[in-house]
Design a protein. Structure first.
Length: 597
C-alpha cells in the first residue's frame, strides 16, 4: 500500500481487538452501581440521577404524614432549590431518622452530593442502608462510598456477608465484585488483607485465586499474581478466565503467548482465549499470524462486526487491499443492516475511500465518503471529499464543497482557507489564491500558517516585498519557526541577493531542525551562491541521501556541473527527470546551462 493508507496504526488494530475481549477478566460482569459510586463526589449530578432513577425493594415504615413532617420535607426541598443544600440536608436527615423512611435518607444523600460533600453523603447512605438493609441499591452505594472514604474496617463484615450469602453459582462473581471495589481503596496493603480474609473460606474455588491474582497484579506484586493465577488454572484447567488471567499477569509477552497457544491446542473453540492471543500477535506486529487467528474466529460467526473490522484493518496494514476491501465492506454492510450505537463505521469508510482513491477510482472514493455521517471525523471527511474532486480536475466543484463546510473555530477556518488556496495554486490561479489567504488574514492576522502560505504565494507572483514582510512578521510571532527562516533565507539565496543575510537565516533554521533535508538543501544552495562548492556539495549530498527529492537533485547536479563533474551531474539529472520530466526547476536549469540529456 502507498503512504496514503498509513492511517491504519497499531493502536487502531489493538482497539479493534479490544472490542472482542472479555468485558473484564476480573469479573465477567459489567460495572455495578457500586463501581459508579466510587467517583460520586466528583460527579455528583450523575450519581444523583442514578440514585433517584431507581426504586429499590425497600420495606417502608407505616408513618402518618403529619403536617409537621410534610412541612419539614417541603421546606428542605425549597432550601435545596434555593441553593442551600446544607439546610435541606440537615432537615431531611432529621426527618429520615424520625420516620425511619429510607427514601428520605436517599434524598439527603443526593443533596450532599450536589454540594460535592462525599463525607456527608456517606452518612446519609449509611442511614439509607441501615433503614433498608435488603436493598441491593443501598448496599452498592454504601460499599462504594466506604471505599471512597477508605473505611475498610466497616466494609469488611459486609463483604464477608455478601460472599457468604451468595449462591454457589454467583459466589465467584461476588468475589470479583469485592476485589474491584477494594481496588478503589487508597490503602492497597490493607485492601489486600481484607480481600484475603473475605476469600479465605473458599480457597478451593478457582475464582478466589483469580480475585487475589487480579488484586496482586493491580498492586504491582507480579510474583504473587502469577502464583495465584496458576493456582486458579490448576483448580480449573479448562477455565478460559483462568488462562486469560495467567496471560495477563505473565512476566512478558512470550510467556503469555506460550500459555495461550498451549491452552488453544486443547481447547480450540475457546473464543476469548484466541482473541487474547490475536491481540498479542498484533502488539508484536505479527500481522499475518494475527490475521489467521481472526479468520478462525470469523468461521464461527461470519457476521461478527469486530472480527470483520479487525480483519479489514489487519489486511490494510499488511497491504492486501483486496481482502481489506472485502472485510471492511462486509463490516459497513453488516453495521447498516444491524445498527449499533456503540459502533462507528467512519474509519472503515475512510479506508475504503483511500483504497478506491489509490486505484484512481475517484467516484468510488467519493461514494464511500458520502456515507460518513456527522461526528468528529466529518470536517476531515469533507476536506478529503474536496481534495478528491479537485484531483479529478474540478477545482470549482471542490471549492464549492469547501464553501459548504461549517468550520468550528480558528484552526478549522484556517485549514479550509489553506486547502482552498492550495487548489487554486495547483491550478496556477495564484492571484485568486493570494486573495483567499488575504481575506482570511484579516480575520486571523497573527496566524503563522496563514502568514507562511501567504508569503509563498506572494513569491510565486514575484511580489517580493509582501513575501519578505510576511515572513518577517511570522518570525516575530514565532521565533522558533524554522520554516520561516528557511523560506526567507532560501529566497534570498535563490535570487542571489544579500547572501550573508541568507546564510545567517538558513544557519538559524538549521540549528532549529538540523536533520531537515529541505533546510540542508537551502544551506547547500547558499554555499553554492557564495562560491563554497565543497561545502555546497557536502550539504546537498547529505540532503539528497535523506530525501531524494527532484529539487534537491537539481541543485546537487548544478554544483557538480560547476565543479567540472559533468558526467555525474548529467547522470543525476537523468535520474530526477525520470521522476518528474516536467519539473520546472530541472528544465530551467538544463536550458540555462544548455544541457541536453
Amino acid at each position: 500500500m502507498k503512504k496514503a493508507l498509513a492511517i491504519v496504526t497499531l493502536s487502531t488494530l489493538l482497539s479493534a481487538c479490544a472490542g472482542l475481549a472479555p468485558t473484564n477478566s476480573t469479573s465477567g460482569t459489567k460495572d455495578t452501581p457500586a463501581d459508579q459510586s466510587a467517583t460520586a463526589a466528583a460527579k455528583s449530578d450523575d450519581v444523583k440521577t442514578n440514585i433517584a432513577g431507581k426504586t429499590a425493594e425497600e420495606h417502608l415504615p407505616s408513618v402518618n404524614l403529619s403536617g409537621e413532617i410534610l412541612f419539614k420535607v417541603v421546606s428542605s426541598e425549597i432550601a435545596f432549590q434555593r441553593g442551600n443544600w446544607q439546610s435541606g440536608y440537615v432537615t431531611l436527615m432529621g426527618v429520615a431518622q424520625e420516620t425511619r423512611d429510607p427514601r428520605l435518607a436517599r434524598r439527603a444523600a443526593e443533596m450532599a452530593l450536589s454540594g460535592k460533600q462525599a463525607g456527608d453523603a456517606l452518612v446519609a447512605i449509611r442511614l439509607w442502608h441501615t433503614l433498608a438493609p435488603d436493598s441491593e441499591e443501598a448496599t452498592q452505594y454504601y460499599l462504594g462510598f466506604l471505599m471512597l472514604a477508605n473505611n475498610l474496617t466497616e466494609a469488611q463484615p459486609l463483604f464477608e456477608q455478601r460472599v457468604r450469602e451468595a449462591t454457589p453459582q454467583t459466589r465467584g462473581l461476588m468475589m470479583f465484585q469485592v476485589q474491584r471495589l477494594l481496588s478503589r481503596a487508597q490503602d492497597k496493603p490493607a485492601a489486600m488483607a481484607v480481600l484475603e480474609a473475605v476469600v479465605a473460606p473458599y480457597m478451593t474455588m478457582s475464582e478466589a485465586h483469580l480475585a487475589l491474582a487480579q488484586a496482586a497484579f493491580a498492586n504491582g506484586n507480579s510474583a504473587r499474581a502469577v502464583e495465584e493465577a496458576n493456582l486458579a488454572l490448576k483448580i480449573k484447567p479448562d477455565s478460559e478466565l483462568a488462562i486469560l488471567t495467567v496471560a495477563q499477569v505473565a512476566p512478558d509477552k512470550i510467556v503469555a503467548q506460550r500459555a495461550l497457544t498451549d491452552f488453544l491446542k486443547g481447547h480450540p473453540k475457546a473464543r476469548e482465549v484466541r482473541i487474547a492471543y490475536a491481540r498479542i500477535l498484533v502488539e508484536q506486529k505479527d500481522y499475518d499470524l494475527a490475521r489467521s487467528q481472526f479468520e478462525i474466529l470469523l468461521k464461527t460467526d461470519k457476521q461478527d462486526l469486530t472480527t470483520l473490522l479487525a480483519l479489514g484493518l489487519l489486511n490494510t496494514q499488511i497491504g492486501d487491499t483486496k481482502m481489506a476491501e472485502k472485510y471492511l465492506t462486509a463490516y459497513v454492510d453488516e453495521l447498516a443492516a444491524h445498527p449499533d450505537e456503540n459502533r462507528d463505521n467512519t474509519q472503515a469508510l475512510q479506508i475504503l475511500a483511500q483504497i478506491a482513491a489509490e486505484r484512481n477510482d475517484i467516484d468510488g472514493a467519493l461514494k464511500w465518503l458520502a456515507k460518513v455521517g456527522p461526528g468528529e471525523a466529518y470536517f476531515e471527511t469533507q476536506l478529503r471529499r474536496a481534495q478528491l474532486i479537485a484531483k479529478r480536475g474540478d477545482v470549482d466543484g471542490a471549492r464549492q464543497v469547501l464553501a459548504q463546510i461549517e468550520a468550528n473555530g480558528e484552526a478549522e477556518e484556517v485549514q479550509v482557507a489553506q486547502v482552498d488556496a492550495q487548489f487554486l495554486r495547483d491550478a496556477n490561479r495564484n492571484i485568486e489564491a493570494l486573495r483567499v489567504l488575504e481575506v482570511e488574514l484579516k480575520h486571523y492576522p497573527k496566524n503563522p500558517d496563514l502568514l507562511y502560505d501567504y508569503a509563498m504565494v506572494a513569491e510565486k507572483l514575484d511580489n517580493i516585498p509582501v513575501m519578505e514582510s510576511s515572513l518577517r512578521k511570522l518570525i516575530a510571532l514565532a521565533p522558533n519557526s524554522q520554516q520561516a527562516y528557511n523560506a526567507l533565507g532560501y529566497s534570498l539565496a535563490d535570487r542571489n541577493v544579500r547572501l550573508p543575510e541568507a546564510l545567517t537565516l538558513i544557519t538559524k533554521a538549521l540549528s532549529l531542525a538540523p536533520q531537515d533535508p529541505f533546510i540542508m538543501d537551502s544551506m547547500g544552495w547558499v554555499q553554492f551562491r557564495l562560491g563554497n562548492l565543497t561545502e555546497a556539495e557536502a550539504n546537498l549530498r547529505a540532503a539528497y541521501t535523506k530525501l531524494p527529492d527532484v529539487e534537491i537533485g537539481v541543485h546537487l547536479g548544478e554544483v557538480l556541473w560547476a565543479k567540472g563533474q559533468k558526467d555525474e551531474a548529467q547522470k543525476l539529472w537523468r535520474e530526477v527527470k525520470a521522476k518528474d520530466p516536467k519539473n520546472a526547476s530541472l528544465n530551467n536549469t538544463l536550458a540555462r546551462l544548455r544541457v541536453n540529456l
